[in-house]
Design a protein around this ligand. Structure first.
Ligand SMILES: CC(C)(COP(=O)(O)OP(=O)(O)OC[C@H]1O[C@@H](n2cnc3c(N)ncnc32)[C@H](O)[C@@H]1OP(=O)(O)O)[C@@H](O)C(=O)NCCC(=O)NCCS
Length: 169
């Protein structure tokens, strides 16, 4: 049975966190893995909201670190579903940082796109509601997500078809 569609606004999430000294790297700024962890968590909430149940991360790509995050920054993660298929969803996450000294305006520090798959109790993919883009921005994000999906799947197929060097004649 087809489930009723839902707009991106119904599941979007903003999560804010103060960056403390527990997650520094050797440069004294915030470790990228800490930011990835927050991104993954935010995307998981959005996917669970859209699909009314658990979802796992299938792919985390298109992640761009634009600026370093510093200790004392307040980071804000804006997570929003951009596309939904049969069981998979793409969630876009934008991370902005308010610098502690407010010397510069809030800055976009990381952007990321994740593929989340809704699963049942046995970990098997389950159907998700269709996405109903409502605004011009929703529709633009949806079209771009379709392009990324085509690229992801064709890259995966091309790599699977490639002949390992040691077995090539
Ligand atoms: C994600 C997972 C459930 C997919 O299982 P699977 O048997 O490959 O399922 P399918 O081939 O039917 O794919 C399910 C959906 O995911 C999509 N998908 C799977 N891998 C993908 C990838 N690398 N890139 C893009 N889409 C992908 C498929 O296109 C399909 O989408 P659709 O149903 O919307 O058409 C399975 O690989 C898994 O459990 N991975 C581990 C997840 C995990 O532990 N994450 C970290 C902790 S949350």
């Amino acid at each position: 049975m087809t489930q009723p569609g839902r707009p991106p606004a119904a599941s979007q999430l903003t999560l804010s966190q103060i960056m403390d000294q527990h997650h520094t790297n050797l440069m004294g700024t915030v470790h990228g893995g800490r930011i990835l962890n927050l991104i993954d968590s935010a995307a998981g909430v959005v996917a669970a909201r859209h699909s009314d149940g658990p979802a796992v991360t299938a792919a985390m790509d298109e992640t761009v670190f634009l600026r370093a995050v510093r200790i004392g920054d307040v980071v804000h993660l804006d997570a929003r579903i951009t596309w939904a298929g049969r069981s998979s969803m793409e969630v876009a996450v934008r991370v902005t940082a308010d610098r502690w000294d407010r010397a510069v305006p809030p800055t976009t520090v990381v952007t990321s796109h994740l593929v989340m798959v809704a699963v049942d109790e046995g970990g098997r993919p389950r159907r998700v509601p269709p996405l109903l883009p409502q605004t011009a921005e929703d529709r633009r994000a949806f079209r771009q997500a379709e392009i990324r999906r085509r690229h992801r799947l064709s890259l995966r197929d091309a790599l699977a078809r490639s002949v390992p060097e040691e077995t090539a004649a």
